[in-house]
Design a protein around this ligand. Structure first.
Ligand SMILES: [Zn+2]
Length: 119
């Protein structure tokens, strides 16, 4: 026996065409709106974390300086999230983790070099 198909939005049983997913336009719209809202919340949180990471790096680098040597704990103490970066680039054999236009690479296990990267 086939399971009765249900509306993805209100979970009411569906009638009519086999490929139907929603009762009507209202259900289709509210389903897509809530899906988009969740997706937007997710991207907003990630963007926020990336922006905070960039701010922390910029504060350490300060205005005109293009590089700064710091300890890994310094970044952690300021709430830096190491899992969040925008891309990885290579320069003179070093793997640089970038957060937008700023990056870092490991000098030693606990020692980090902050650099500004040209995009
Ligand atoms: Zn419905």
């Amino acid at each position: 026996m086939k399971k009765p198909r249900k509306c993805l939005n209100c979970k009411e049983p569906l009638q009519g065409r086999v490929d139907k997913k929603f009762c009507d336009d209202y259900c289709r719209n509210s389903y897509h709106n809530s899906t988009m809202r969740e997706r937007n919340n997710c991207t907003r949180n990630i963007i926020h974390t990336l922006q905070r990471n960039r701010k922390i790096m910029a504060d350490f680098l300060q205005e005109k300086s293009t590089s700064a040597k710091i300890m890994r704990e310094d970044l952690l103490n300021h709430g830096f999230h190491f899992g969040y970066f925008t891309h990885i680039t290579k320069k003179s054999g070093k793997q640089i983790y970038c957060v937008f236009d700023l990056g870092y690479y490991y000098k030693k296990e606990n020692e980090i070099m902050l650099v500004s990267v040209s995009l």
